[in-house]
Structures are given as structure tokens and as C-alpha cells.
Ligand binder design. Structure first.
Ligand SMILES: Cc1cc2nc3c(=O)[nH]c(=O)nc-3n(C[C@H](O)[C@H](O)[C@H](O)COP(=O)(O)OP(=O)(O)OC[C@H]3O[C@@H](n4cnc5c(N)ncnc54)[C@H](O)[C@@H]3O)c2cc1C
Length: 384
């Protein structure tokens, strides 16, 4: 969208016929909302049905603690807007279609990259056999990116000790409006308030999803019981293991994001752990920086190749630090929790401190909500 807005001819290939995928990155953070504000689209965006998360809590040993407070962030919309990812993507696609150079081809899968005699990627082959010539291929094809494999970009796996089972439950009236996590020995459940229902994430040890499904839905309901007592009635709504959607958690990154003719961004360049729900927002920030660096030169008809490494340079610090924090949380909190048998008597000290001294909750809110090195839109608007 940003490249098309700068007057560049852009073709977006999407292998699915629609954007309808449940339980994807639904957490639109203040950083992303602020980008819409910069574009003058915030009101349009917030007119789409969403729920607001202004604070995050943690329930440990039956006690509710507040750990992050977004309300004081210095941005136009200091909250997380929870919105299905297809609504966000439909919104962006709708805005992008305003620009004459933008062409979104749904149901079109890229299967290979083609190179010229110097080894520079210069076109994309689709499953239908069409060859699309390209001055620059942007590989934004997610954590199992084919295009980054085609470009033979080197991947560093950092690893994750857990996977996530996503499911939804009816919201019992006894539960307040907060979104929070609840933990006890070996169990961690995150509840996200989606107005009419609860989006639930149950954290499980890596690779155990199939075993849990094989044990059946009653065994899974028993695992959940007692963790959030107000939910015990609603848990019976889970009637089939097919209600549980497995997210295989990855934490990895490319050590080089580009080669001549191709740049990887978003999950294709770095799959983030779900901790903090930052994945979609980091991907959007990559896109903004890529446009800041490349839009004007591309619009002038210049070769993008000498500039591609600059995008990684500008984003690497943010991605590395965020992944470092996620790995720390995985290794120090989540893995020991999943392996633990003994009951938890009280919340860890950092959680108690955050809860006790309210203003401290602004720090995690800042890191989660705005990210590190938050970019602003600097790419030109050729139609403005
Ligand atoms: C189950 C699940 C839950 C998640 N929950 C959260 C969350 O709550 N918050 C959060 O911030 N992040 C979450 N994430 C991560 C988040 O979805 C990603 O970080 C974010 O969507 C990355 O955006 P992206 O555009 O880089 O990749 P993707 O969103 O993966 O988009 C890649 C797109 O490319 C298409 N594609 C792939 N290959 C091809 C091809 N060969 N040709 C054409 N099209 C292709 C795919 O269909 C897809 O639409 C979750 C991820 C999953 C899988």
C-alpha cells in the first residue's frame, strides 16, 4: 500500500482466495494504530468492530495482578485494538486499491523465483505457470516463506519450548472486562476479551499438541478446570478437539534479509514468539521501514539493490531485542512453569512489584505497545 501510495506499480500475490484465517495476529498495537493516525485513517479503522485492551493482568495463586497499562502511552490511541486479522487486511487492501498502481491477486500462489544470467532475482513464477517480471520481490509470505528459500537466505533458529492451543469460549458474566493470563503449576491460560466471546490461548510444552488431541476433549477440559473458576461452566462448551487450533510457536530470524532483487520482511524474515502479541505489529513496522527506504527510489525508477541491506540495518536492533526479551521470558518463566509440579504460592517478585507500583506498568506497556525503534511513515504520497 505504501509503495503504491508513492506511485510505484505493485502486484501483491496471496495464495488464498480470502484472508479468512481464525486466531492469527489479532492484536493491533498502539504502534500500528499510530501509523493509521499518521495516514489520517485512524477513525476509519476504529469504526470497524473491535475490542479495546487498555491493561493486562496476571492471575497467580488466585490473586489478580496488573502488569501493563497502555493508557499513558503518548499516542493517539493508547490501547490494543483486538480485531480479526481478516478485517485489518481487508481494510488495508481497500485503502491500497485507491491507488492506480496497486493490484491484489487473490488465489495466486508464488512457487519459484527466477533469476537473470547474473543470478539476480528478476521474476516470480506462479502455480498457474505465469511469470511475473519484477524489479523487486518483497517476500512477505510468512514463517514458512518459499521465496526466502528460493533466495537461499540463511535462517537462524532460536527455538521455543512451547506451542499454543487456541480456542474460544462464551464470556461468563462473572468475569470482568479485563484480558489476563492465569497460571498454576504446569498450566498457563491467556484470556482475551473479544466483547462477545473469550479468545483463549492455552500454552503447552512444544510438540505435545497431537498427544493432547489424542487424549480427547474431556481430558483437555479437565486440564483447564479450576484454573479460572469463573470459567468452569463455559469449559463444557468445548465439545470436540477440532475446536482447538494449534499454533506451532517458532522463534527464528534470517541473518541476511536480502539478495539482489529480493527483500524478506515480517515473519518471512523473523518469526516472533506469541509473547506480547507483537508479531503482526513488527511485520507492519518492517513494511513501513521498507517503504521509507525504497519507495522514492523505486518511484524514480532506480535500482533498489544497493538499498536493500539498509532495511535490515534499520530493523535488526528492534527485532533482535524483542526476540531476546521473548527468549528470556520463554526460558525463565514459561519453560519452568510448564515443567513445574509443585503449587505456586505467590506471584514472582517482578509481577508483585509491577502490581504494587502502578506507574511501573507503563514500561512493559511501552515495550509491548510501541516496540523498540518505532518507525514513522516517511515514504512520499504521490497522490496527496
Ligand atoms: C495461529 C497464530 C496466532 C497468532 N497470534 C498472534 C497474535 O495474537 N498477535 C500477533 O501479533 N501475532 C500473532 N501471530 C503472528 C502473526 O500472525 C504474524 O506475525 C503476522 O501475521 C506476520 O505477518 P506477515 O505478513 O509477515 O506473514 P503472514 O501473516 O503469515 O502472511 C503471509 C501471507 O502470505 C501468503 N502466502 C504464503 N505463501 C505464499 C505464496 N507462496 N504465494 C502467495 N501467497 C503466499 C499467506 O497465505 C499469508 O496470507 C499468530 C500467528 C499464528 C499462526
Amino acid at each position: 500500500m505504501l509503495l503504491a501510495r508513492a506511485g510505484v506499480k505493485v502486484t501483491v500475490l496471496e495464495k488464498h482466495k480470502d484472508f479468512f484465517r481464525d486466531f492469527r495476529g489479532d492484536t493491533v498495537h498502539p504502534s500500528t494504530l499510530d501509523l493509521f493516525h499518521q495516514l489520517g485513517w485512524l477513525d476509519d479503522f476504529l469504526a470497524i468492530e473491535h475490542s479495546k485492551v487498555e491493561r493486562i493482568g496476571l492471575r497467580v495463586a488466585g490473586q489478580q495482578r496488573d502488569i501493563a497499562d497502555f493508557r499513558y502511552l503518548p499516542v493517539a490511541a493508547p490501547f490494543i485494538a483486538m480485531m480479526p486479522q481478516w478485517d485489518l487486511l481487508d481494510f488495508l487492501a481497500g485503502k491500497a486499491k485507491q491507488y492506480p498502481g496497486f493490484d491484489l491477486r487473490m488465489g495466486t500462489e508464488a512457487v519459484a523465483a527466477r533469476t537473470d544470467s547474473d543470478g539476480r532475482i528478476n521474476s516470480v513464477l506462479t502455480r498457474d505457470g505465469e511469470v511475473l517480471p519484477s524489479r523487486l520481490v518483497i517476500a512477505a509470505d510468512g514463517r514458512r516463506s518459499i521465496m526466502r528459500d528460493e533466495a537461499e537466505l540463511p535462517l537462524k533458529n532460536i527455538g521455543a519450548p512451547m506451542d499454543v492451543l487456541w480456542f474460544r469460549l462464551e464470556r461468563p458474566p462473572e468475569l470482568g472486562p479485563e484480558s489476563f493470563g492465569s497460571l498454576s503449576a504446569g498450566r498457563f491460560l491467556i484470556l482475551i476479551n473479544r466483547r462477545t466471546y473469550l479468545q483463549c490461548a492455552f500454552i503447552i510444552p512444544k510438540g505435545t499438541g497431537d498427544e493432547i488431541r489424542t487424549q480427547g476433549i474431556e481430558a483437555f477440559r479437565n486440564r483447564l478446570r479450576g484454573l479460572v473458576p469463573e470459567l468452569d461452566g463455559a469449559i463444557d462448551q468445548l465439545s470436540d478437539v477440532d475446536d482447538l487450533k494449534l499454533l506451532s510457536v517458532s522463534l527464528d530470524r534470517l541473518t541476511r534479509w536480502n539478495c539482489d532483487g529480493l527483500l524478506a520482511i515480517g515473519d518471512a524474515a523473523h518469526a516472533m514468539s506469541p509473547i506480547g502479541g507483537v508479531g503482526i505489529n513488527v511485520a507492519v513496522q518492517d513494511a513501513v521501514v521498507a517503504a521509507n527506504v525504497l519507495a522514492a527510489p523505486l518511484a524514480r525508477g532506480e535500482s533498489p539493490d544497493p538499498l536493500l541491506a539498509r532495511v535490515q540495518q534499520l530493523r535488526a536492533r528492534s527485532v533482535h531485542y524483542t526476540q531476546m526479551i521473548q527468549k528470556f521470558a520463554q526460558d525463565r518463566f514459561i519453560q519452568p512453569l510448564l515443567e513445574r509440579d509443585a503449587p505456586i504460592e505467590q506471584a514472582p517478585l517482578p509481577v508483585r512489584l509491577l502490581d504494587r507500583f502502578g506507574p511501573l506498568q507503563r514500561l512493559p506497556a511501552r515495550i509491548i505497545g510501541l516496540g523498540i525503534d518505532r518507525p514513522h511513515i516517511e515514504s512520499p504520497d504521490a497522490y496527496g
